[in-house]
Ligand binder design. Structure first.
Ligand SMILES: [Zn+2]
Length: 341
């Protein structure tokens, strides 16, 4: 007979495989899930994809008591202790899971809540739209890791019954007794916070590749919808000022977009030896070099899905230079970026 926790593990793996394949919920290795089993916290390993949950072992067991003792003493720099000899490394967001008191916790960079969380003053709009009767709290933007864990701990102290935390410029954390409860909460907030994209009736044609005369060639990005980023002036005009809206974006796609008014400017850059992997050409197309990775492509899709859910008048809260450089000089993210290549 199966132990109750094996059923839990199975149901979690199935759930991860489903949500992991939905680009409006999970992008690549982003997002993570955990469950607590006595003194053990099972958490998604860094760099693994939730979508692979049924094909690979993506969870790593860590000592929960050790983490809780550290948290209670105000130590948010604690390194989780892996219990077996797993070579997997626990997610860099493990502390968020240890902090939440619930048995099952999911943390997602879900597009619709995220579209609110990148705007100025998201709290007001979220409160206005949430019809679900649930306890929640907003955590202001903090760099993932120690600072975010500390802010989350404060939010939980202030709102101990919160089942959902909205992390500004980042994502959501939902806690429940089982997958069913977590999924109900997620489904409700997705309904309450759903947003119609501004590109509903816009068709797209894929542009032709750019031949540079050298070895470097630029191809239109595979996902045709992403061409809207260059073809729709209202979106193209947003790229520069509203480029870095949440941490994973800058880690995978860099601190600034390569926007060109015409193809000639891109060709000039290439001649000078600057060959961006990803380039936006106004009213012409979105282009990538052939080595543009899948992890980067899913990040760009995430950005696209967030930006097409912004009304024209929405003022966005882009990360500032200091916040961006803190993210780019961060060892844990460098590790993740490396294994995501
Ligand atoms: Zn996150």
């Amino acid at each position: 007979m199966k132990h109750a926790n094996e059923f839990l593990k199975e149901s979690i793996n199935k759930y991860c495989a489903v949500i992991g394949k939905d680009p409006l919920l999970v992008q690549g290795a982003g997002g993570n899930v955990s469950w607590k089993d006595g003194d053990t916290l099972w958490v998604k390993a860094s760099g693994t994809w939730l979508a692979d949950a049924l094909d690979k072992n993506i969870f790593v067991p860590v000592n929960l008591v050790h983490l809780q003792l550290a948290i209670n003493s105000g130590d948010f720099t604690v390194t989780p202790k892996v219990i077996d000899n797993s070579e997997l490394r626990p997610s860099i967001e493990t502390l968020l899971h240890a902090l939440m008191p619930h048995q099952v916790v999911i943390h997602l960079h879900a597009i619709e809540p995220l579209a609110y969380l990148v705007r100025n003053n998201p709290e007001f709009e979220i409160a206005q739209n949430l019809k679900t009767n649930i306890s929640w709290a907003l955590v202001s933007y903090q760099k993932p890791g120690e600072a975010l864990a500390k802010a989350v701990a404060d939010a939980i102290t202030e709102t101990p019954k919160a089942n959902i935390l909205f992390l500004q410029n980042h994502g959501i954390v939902i806690g429940g007794t089982d997958i069913e409860e977590v999924n109900n909460i997620l489904t409700n907030i997705l309904t309450d916070l759903s947003i119609d994209p501004i590109v509903n009736n816009v068709t797209t044609v894929n542009p032709s590749p750019i031949l540079t005369g050298h070895v470097v060639e630029y191809f239109p990005i595979e996902n045709t919808n992403l061409q809207h980023l260059a073809l729709m002036p209202e979106i193209f005009n947003r790229l520069k000022q509203d480029w870095v809206l949440y941490p994973d974006h800058v880690v995978f796609l860099g601190a600034s977009p390569n926007c060109y008014e015409t193809e000639e400017y891109l060709l000039k850059d290439i001649e000078k030896g600057y060959e961006p992997e990803l380039a936006f050409l106004r009213e012409q197309g979105v282009y990538v070099k052939s080595n543009f990775s899948l992890a980067k492509q899913v990040q760009l899709e995430c950005y696209y899905n967030v930006i097409i859910r912004q009304p024209k008048e929405a003022a966005l809260n882009s990360l500032n230079e200091k916040e961006i450089s803190d993210l780019l000089n961060w060892d844990a993210e460098k590790y993740r970026q490396q294994i995501a290549k």
